[in-house]
Design a protein around this ligand. Structure first.
Ligand SMILES: [Zn+2]
Length: 190
């Protein structure tokens, strides 16, 4: 039996870079490994992913049929998987003896959990945080969304595009932004 691991962090925690570094280390020792990501990945450049996981795809069956020779499968943006798909990954680790390392966010820009991250926190055998720093120097915990450079707390859970950026903040700075946003809303500026 192999293990299902979840390494989570805020935006800018260099999660994708870490994923590639692990893959390269494995390949150096001639151990077959690959990187997957959900089709809804936040990354603009998907050319480095070996496989994209469809929204409704049974990832257990895909791996069993096509990638059963792998020793390690890394999943980037794993918080975007469905809860069912996370359960399927645990099945891969248990019955196919393939180690699974998932990288992802824990919460969205409103501090709510992503379904995939919630399930990973519940069932992964190894759960580790990748620490990041807020601009004030404290440990970052939350992600703030900016649209055209302006902080926003409205919109759907998943939103990407050229005008959308994210910032990692500590709880104090995050709630300062929330209060500022509320004041602007109340005064009718937003
Ligand atoms: Zn801060």
């Amino acid at each position: 039996m192999s293990r299902l691991c979840f390494l989570y962090g805020t935006v800018h925690a260099r999660k994708t870079k870490s994923a590639y570094a692990i893959r390269n280390r494995f390949l150096k020792y001639h151990l077959s490994t690959m990187i997957m990501a959900p089709t809804t990945t936040h990354q603009d450049d998907i050319s480095n992913y070996d496989y994209l996981i469809g929204k409704e795809e049974n990832i257990f069956l895909t791996i069993k049929r096509q990638f059963s020779h792998m020793k390690l499968i890394i999943i980037d943006d794993a918080h975007l998987l469905s809860e069912v798909q996370v359960d399927q990954l645990l099945q891969v680790a248990i019955s196919q003896n393939i180690a699974i390392i998932c990288f992802g966010l824990r919460t969205d820009f409103r501090t709510s959990e992503f379904p995939g991250a919630k399930r990973l926190l519940e069932i992964a055998q190894v759960v580790k945080e990748i620490p990041t720093k807020c601009t004030c120097g404290n440990k970052a915990l939350f992600n703030v969304r900016k649209e055209n450079g302006k902080t926003t707390f409205s919109g759907t859970q998943i939103k990407t595009g050229q005008i959308i950026t994210y910032e990692a903040l500590c709880p104090k700075c995050y709630y300062h932004k929330v209060m500022q946003y509320k004041k602007l809303k109340e005064s009718g500026i937003l």
